[in-house]
Write a protein that binds this ligand. Structure first.
Ligand code: TXA
Ligand code: MG
Length: 317
């Protein structure tokens, strides 16, 4: 059910959960100050309670209410990338954030979405928690119709059309005196080089240096359609007969090709990615060959990460 911004604001203030557009993906929003609404988000998504949420602010000056002082470099990052697809994880004053939103951690994740509708709601309602608006484990929603596929036609959605970026925000975590990437996202690692003076490293889910889970969401199977995906890194040989690929390439023997875009236009490919993964399920496709012959740089790294997770049979959801 499509609702206006005014109606969304009214519902949020009454403690209801509504889906809202952001520049990355749609989010399932609830007011940060309403723990029972936050609990409903976890129930709706069937999300494990050890996976914390991102807090969406209207203005950078709001950050000081939750965290003081900020880690070195945080202010420079915020000035350079907010509003936008950068989420920062920082130590917080735990009294200011309901435990469920941060999964009991002493840190929390923040961003200011670069979307007029999301920002106007964060302004009228106050800070909003908003995980991606999909059932846990499924591809994120990048259009109102995707939210309705997962939560039903009666679920309230603010219709902002398709999301311009199509993949989630990049998560930066300050760890061992450096900013590191907890989740690859819409902003490529290279984008931070100029601001930080170094390119943040991508954290592995568990590493020797960090034996505990650092970015909890990364341990779960994610972004996955029901179809089994075969990531193709050499020439396509005709099986399986469904292909997820690029518009200017030929796939001899394919009976059905789902198009991500031109292989020279990664921004368009990331916009289309989840829609194409969702189409596989709509068409009840059981297996598909995915053209994974893509560069190892920029936003392509994020696309490769999502494809690898979507193809993984590790059933830890
Ligand atoms: O683009 C986005 O970030 C979207 C839109 C709606 O803003 N949101 C989104 O939220 O992707 P979600 O809940 O699907 O992913 C949040 C990620 C999870 O991987 C979670 O583990 C991580 O953020 N996260 C949240 N708080 C954290 C914390 N304190 N420490 C480490 N990771 C954290
Ligand atoms: Mg998500």
């Amino acid at each position: 059910m499509r609702i206006s911004i005014a109606e969304a604001s009214r519902r949020l203030l009454h403690g209801e959960v509504v889906a809202i557009p952001t520049e990355t993906v749609y989010g399932l929003a609830a007011p940060l100050k309403n723990p029972s609404a936050i609990e409903r988000i976890f129930a709706l998504k069937q999300r494990p309670t050890d996976n914390p949420l991102i807090i969406h602010l209207a203005d950078a000056s709001d950050l000081a209410q939750y965290a003081h002082p900020l880690p070195p470099g945080a202010e420079t990052l915020v000035r350079a990338f907010w509003p936008g697809a950068m989420t920062i994880v920082i130590p917080i004053d735990i009294e200011t954030i309901p435990s469920m939103a941060r999964a009991g951690l002493s840190t929390a994740a923040f961003r200011i979405p670069d979307h007029p509708m999301a920002r106007s709601l964060a302004r009228s309602v106050g800070a909003l928690v908003a995980p991606s608006a999909n059932l846990s484990g499924r591809p994120s929603s990048t259009a109102p119709g995707h939210v309705e596929q997962d939560f039903g036609m009666d679920f309230p959605v603010v219709d902002g059309g398709p999301c311009p970026q199509g993949v989630e925000s990049t998560i930066l975590i300050f760890l061992d005196e450096k900013w590191q990437i907890g989740r690859l996202g819409a902003l490529p690692a290279e984008a931070f080089q100029k601001i930080l003076g170094y390119e943040p490293a991508v954290l592995q889910v568990r590493s020797l240096a960090a034996p505990t889970i650092i970015c909890p969401g990364q341990q779960y199977r994610h972004y996955a359609p029901k179809a089994r995906l075969i990531l193709g890194t050499t020439d396509y040989t005709g099986t399986p007969s469904t292909v997820v690929g690029f518009s200017e390439r030929a796939y001899k023997g394919a009976t059905q090709i789902l198009i991500l875009g031109l292989s020279t236009a990664p921004e368009i490919v990331s916009q289309n990615l989840y829609h194409v993964l969702r189409q596989l399920d709509e068409r009840h496709i059981e297996q598909a060959w995915v053209d994974a012959r893509i560069p190892d740089s920029g936003i392509w790294k994020t696309i490769a990460d999502r494809l690898a997770r979507a193809a993984s049979d590790d059933d830890n959801r």
